[in-house]
Structures are given as C-alpha cells and as structure tokens.
Design a protein around this ligand. Sequence first.
Ligand SMILES: Cc1ncc(COP(=O)(O)O)c(C=O)c1O
Length: 424
Amino acid sequence: MNPTETAPTTDLEHSPVGELVHSHATGAQWLSRYNSSLLGVFGTPQRVLVRGSGCLVWDADGKEYLDLLGGIAVNALGHAHPFVTSVISSQLATLGHVSNFFTSPTQIALAEKLLEITRAPAGSKVFFANSGTEAVEAAFKLARRNAGPEAQPRTRIIALEGAFHGRTMGALALTAKEAYRAPFAPLPGGVEHLPFGDIDALRAAVDNTVAAVFLEPIQGEAGVRPLPDGYLRAAREATSAAGALLILDEVQTGIGRTGKWLASEDAGIMPDAVTLAKGLGGGFPIGALVTYGPDTSALLTAGQHGTTFGGNPVATAAALATLHVLENQQVLGHVREVGEHLRAGLAAVDGVTEVRGEGLLIGFDLDADVAPAVVTAGLGAGFIVNSPGPRTIRLAPPLILTTEQADRFLAALPALLQTAKDAQ
Ligand SMILES: Cc1ncc(COP(=O)(O)O)c(C=O)c1O
C-alpha cells in the first residue's frame, strides 16, 4: 500500500494486535520472550495479562484475577471502561497529536477542570506531562526558579524520609530510598530528607535558604503512611513564613483515590503546587502540575520547560472522560464507603496488626514477614495485591470496586495468610 493512502478499516481481531491477544502462547512462553527482549529493570513480571473488564483481568493462561492493585492506583474506572474507551477512540480518530506548537480544546478544557477540582485560585495554571515522575520533574524546576536573591540564594529543597517521587533524576533526588538513589549518584543537589512526620524537625529546617518542601499527604510506596494530623498545616505555616514553596505530590493520592479529589483537601491549606498522574487518565498515561496563584505560576516562563507529548489530545480526552464519570456517577462517595468497609474488614482479620490509609488507598501490616508470600498466594487464588514492605500489603483497586468484590477478598485473606506462612 502507498503510505499516503488511508489504510482499510480493520477491526482489532484481524490486526497484528488482535493476533497477539488471541495467541495460544502460554504465560511461560511469553515470559521467556520477555526476558530475552526487555531490559531487566522490573525483574520477571508476575503474570502476562491479556484482557480486562471492570475490576477483573485475565492472564495468557486464561486465569481470572480480581485486580486489587489497579495498575498501582491507575485504573480508576477499572479495565476497558466503555465510556473512557469510546472517548479515547473517537478522539484518536479525530485528532491524535499536535505538539505544543499548537493546542486543542481537550487540553484547555482539562486544564480548566483541574483548576476547578483542585480549588486553585484565580491566576493558577496547569502544565501537562505524561507520567508522575515528569510532573514531579516540572515541580522540581519550579522549585529551582524560586531561587531567592543573589545575596541569600535558596539552594535547599526539603523532602521526607520514606518519600517516593519518581525515578527520573530530579524526582530521584527527592526520593529517599538509598537503593534507588545510590547507583545514580551524583543526583541534583540540595535535597535533604527530614524524619517522617516530625513537625519540630520541619520547623527547624525551613528558613530563607529553602526553595521548596515536597510532601506526599500519604506516602504510598512507604506502605501507605499518612502524615500525622497537623503536619500539612505546620508545613504551610513554616513555608509561608520562609518564602519557600509547599509542593504536594498527589500523584498516587489524587483524583478520587482517597474519596476526595485531593487527599490534602481536609487540611484546610492552599499549597503552591500539586502534582497529579496515575488515576487521572483512567489508564491512559498523563501527568499534570498545578501551580497555585499568579506568582507561583509566573516562576516558569516561555522556553523554560516542555515535552513533546504533554497535553496530547487523546490523553487529555481520556482524563476528561475519567473525571466526567468520577463526578457524574458519584464515585468519590462510593470510594469512601467501600474503603471504610474494606478497612474495617481487614482490621478484623487474625494476623493483621494495623490498617492504614483513606478511601481505596489501603496499607495493612501483618504479624510476620510474609507479605511477598501473600502476593504469591493471592495470585494463586486469583487476587492481585502488592507488598511495598516485608510485612505490608497495599491495595489500590479500581475506584469502582464493589462491596461484594471487597468481601470476596476479605473472605479469602485468612487462607492466603495461612498459605504464605506455610510457605516460609
Ligand atoms: C507519590 C508519587 N510520586 C511520583 C510517582 C512517579 O510516578 P510514575 O511512576 O508515573 O513516574 C509515584 C509512583 O508511584 C508516586 O507514588
């Protein structure tokens, strides 16, 4: 075919992708090809997934799973949501990509919608990226632009022990875990990690040499660890007094995950910037930085930052569709209810020592170091969960998880714990 000709219409079934989805290769065969062709940064994946619907996914061997991880807090509306799917397809069939020499209605409408749901004041602005780490990277550059006067420059940036902000170099400098950082030294300088949740340490550290403080309202990767009450307010007071930016990383906690648009909503403070990603696109890659008010928004000017794909029409249409469903089907109230039900159920399970989190971002601790074995037992029994620590399990399921699905997991959990302990 002449490449300038329009390709004949083809359905997925008869395309090269359809052939892959319907391939008879086993999971083991796929994984062997995976290990020969993909860089080993993720190790060997647990399963080869071929299909999803709502909160369920199926692997290449035909086994069904209840997905209680949701692509790590990404699949807000589950898999293959019909409305999101049709909006993405229609947008792609209309206009797929334009570059940032141009804009598109979906990009503008999504920016306006994000300013509304994040309660950003007049003069606030949005920058679109493609992932969480890129949203944080933009925030890092924003922080550097809060440079202070030449006589007293703001060279320091504060983050917390246990923090996870991403894997690109700026975001990695903010991430605390030594195993992630050490192989890539030297990282961008000036970042200090303070003890988690220690308000006095924060007050002592923040002065006019600090450009920004980065905080996750709930540390997801550290095992779903919420900041103590009063911490965000104290951080706002200390940063305001010192002229430092308060930047909240809501990549994991934002967009309804905790039953609110932002996990920080109830703290009654206004940050200087918020990063978003994960659930925003309902499974389609997109990240965003919201800068609050005209002064902070003026810190990054024309030419100082950019990305080819950021704010792409398909990604922004996917996010608009996701936000539309979350809003119009009262999903946030549902998240609060099912989350509360799930946490209460978990707290009653023998062997569970602590339950943390809000909405459908839940971490629970076990009475033994068997969390990775629980993940394996879960896969065997048809449940996808995650272990961010040796005795911690994290759940971040689609926000449409039903009470019945939550109950199915609660009923299975005692046996999963037993299987995990027996395997030790
Ligand atoms: C709080 C937070 N920030 C940033 C990131 C990085 O996002 P991404 O993996 O999309 O780059 C994550 C990912 O887990 C996160 O939880």
